[in-house]
Design a protein around this ligand. Structure first.
Ligand code: M6R
Length: 613
């Protein structure tokens, strides 16, 4: 993970880099550092902790008249989050300086080799070998030294570096870790791990591909193949996000803002893609032919974390309406199992960032085995969208809070669109059904919009009796079972309460042993076709004195006979329940976490975009 920002241009560099790092802090926040060139020397600040600690440290440097520099926020992989391990790292001369995201897998042998040659290491990081290795090859030609060093390096990396003896040039290299370049009208050049870091300055972005190296000066940016040294022509892409979209806009946390942005995110995701008169769905960037869709006999869904929960919901929808068997895999498992994949399989990755290392590896593998690949993704131009055959973008806007919220419900909306699309292509959906499903999807944003303000207040009151619990269970059935998993994930990641999600019918096969009068169980119990089954499971919990919270359908009086803790939601089409019932689970986690004083946007040990294996 880690966030990289680099700048060369005519502005004062320190504020540009700090602003960029602020936008990337979601990527890692256990230590931070910055380096810039001023008065013929490199000036470097590093510290443990969040970016605010670095800002306090550098204070006056903000006005330093420097025009080239690099910054970094770290998510530790090798070596504890200490000042010594914080980036930037320097070579033995102190003149070559580098920031890195990724993992150098053969760092240990390289380190021993370099130490034997007299290089002195000051950190425990894998990153430091990179800068010493480049130093080892460096005579006068920095680009050649980087190229030679890269032939020795195994693993994943995005790095930026510059050399005090060439203080007008930034070098940026990428392999299996994200890195984008930016250009603005003043001729300045930028590098960043993710687009939000560039948005305050430019919306003109160039995506570096794996194996490419950029040599960046003011008014001059050239990209090369890092192995052959051949020049690669690149076009800038205009990004439609703006800087304000990556701000809190008066909300206390990004997570809360993003919860409230869900109606807009869902609307943007479906807008222009579904015809309410005919139910017909158009997916412009899907890039597969009707024949491709008719030839497949199996679908594999691959994702991590919250995006994996989207996949679990999608399985129910696709099997029900498009009548194709669907396998759902956690990407880190998928990539290492014996996959029975061929050209009749369609693989779909789901990812907010489009950069998650395991998911990316999964689709690369599926492609090698002959599968067509589609990605459902929120970030335009991200690696997954460039490598997949086709993309269904979620248009949720930048998601900054580490806990995924609007990306999840937009993924669900995008998958529901895709389900209708697939059903149509394969002739498994009657027109009437298509119209019914389309109308349900089109209406859900309105329902959530009306509900949100009331719901937040109601949940804030409800959680007072629960915020100090040490454990929590979430249960649901059918298409709502993954929402129980998602609710539990949200709660544990931001409040550090131990939480588990279960299929309600599975409780009696073990977890029911946990139930006593201290154990809160949140049950998702809409009046759908599994309602009676769910209620029977809830009665079993009640019989064992579990503390039950129910989320159910407005007007369902039976729920009052079970518990006082009820969250009522409007009746919507059954297939929309996973989207609707996610909202209270998100708010409950948010309210509990804030009441416990947790940092909801940057929970401990986590990072937003998991670009290492
Ligand atoms: O960017 P991706 O959707 O590929 O990220 C996958 C997971 O890392 C992510 O959903 C993670 O589980 C979130 N922290 C959940 O809130």
């Amino acid at each position: 993970m880690c966030g990289i920002v680099g700048y060369v241009g005519s502005r004062r560099v320190v504020p540009v880099i700090l602003e960029g790092l602020r936008k990337l802090e979601y990527r890692g926040y256990d230590s931070a550092g910055i380096v810039y060139y001023q008065d013929s020397k490199l000036i470097k600040y590093r510290c443990e902790g969040k970016l605010s600690a670095l800002e306090a440290l550098i204070d006056d440097a903000i006005i330093a008249p420097s025009h080239i520099g690099l910054g970094h926020t770290r998510w530790a992989t090798h070596g504890a989050p200490t000042t010594e391990n914080a980036h930037p790292h320097t070579d033995c001369t102190g003149e070559l300086v580098l920031v890195h995201n990724g993992i150098i897998e053969n760092y240990h042998s390289l380190r021993l080799e370099l130490q034997a040659k007299g290089h002195v290491f000051k950190s425990q990081t894998d990153t430091e070998v990179l800068v010493h290795l480049i130093e080892d090859y460096l005579e006068n030609d920095l680009v050649a030294a980087v190229q030679q060093a890269l032939t020795r390096v195994e693993g994943s990396y995005a790095f930026g570096l510059f050399w005090a003896q060439m203080p007008d040039t930034l070098i940026a290299v990428r392999k299996h870790s994200p890195l984008v370049l930016g250009v603005d009208e003043s001729g300045a050049g930028y590098i960043a791990s993710d687009i939000p870091a560039l948005l305050p300055y430019t919306n003109q972005v160039i995506f570096l591909e794996d194996g490419e190296m950029a040599v960046i000066k003011e008014n001059d940016m050239q990209v090369f193949d890092s192995v052959s040294g051949n020049r690669v022509q690149k076009e800038a892409t205009t990004i439609t996000w703006n800087a304000a979209m990556a701000e809190k806009a008066g909300y206390k946390h990004f997570m809360l803002k993003e919860i409230f942005e869900q109606p807009m995110a869902i609307r943007n995701t479906i807008s222009g893609r579904i015809n309410p008169e005919t139910g017909e769905v158009t997916l412009a960037e899907i890039n597969l032919s009707d024949e491709d869709f008719c030839n497949i006999d199996r679908i594999f869904l691959v994702a991590c974390g919250t995006s994996w929960h989207t996949a679990l919901v999608a399985k129910y929808w696709i099997e029900k309406y498009a009548k194709i068997p669907v396998d759902v895999d956690i990407a880190s498992e998928f990539r290492y199992r014996n996959l029975l994949i061929n050209d009749r399989v369609l693989t779909i990755s789901i990812s907010q960032s489009g950069e998650t290392a395991d998911t990316l590896a999964g689709i690369r593998l599926a492609k090698q085995l002959g599968s067509k690949v589609i990605t459902i993704c929120n970030v335009v131009g991200s690696t997954m969208t460039r490598e997949a055959d086709g993309t269904v973008y979620t248009h949720a806007g930048p998601e900054i809070g580490v806990a995924s919220t609007k990306a999840f419900t937009s993924q669900l909306a995008a998958f529901f669109l895709f389900t209708i699309f697939l059903g149509e292509k394969r002739g498994t959906l009657e027109t009437e059904k298509k119209l019914e499903l389309a109308a349900a999807l089109i209406d859900i944003a309105r329902v959530i919009e009306e509900l949100l303000p009331v719901l937040q207040e109601q949940i804030a009151q409800l959680i007072e009796g629960y915020y100090d619990c040490s454990d929590f269970l979430f249960v649901g059935r059918g298409v709502n079972f993954p929402i129980a998993l998602e609710g539990a994930l949200k709660l544990k990641e931001i409040s550090y309460i131990h939480a588990e999600g279960y299929a309600a019918g599975e409780l009696k096969h073990g977890p029911i042993a946990l139930i006593d009068n201290k154990m809160p169980v949140l049950a998702i119990a809409p009046q759908d076709d599994l309602y009676q089954k769910t209620i029977s499971n809830v009665e079993e919990i009640k019989a064992r004195q579990g503390r039950i919270i129910l989320i159910g359908t407005e007007g369902d009086k039976h729920l009052n006979t079970i518990t006082d803790a009820i969250i009522y939601l409007p009746k919507v089409h059954d297939e929309m329940n996973p989207i609707l019932y996610t909202i209270p689970a998100q708010l409950l986690s948010y309210e509990i976490a804030t009441m416990r004083g947790c940092d909801v946007d940057q929970p401990r040990n986590l990072a937003k975009s998991v670009t290492v294996e």
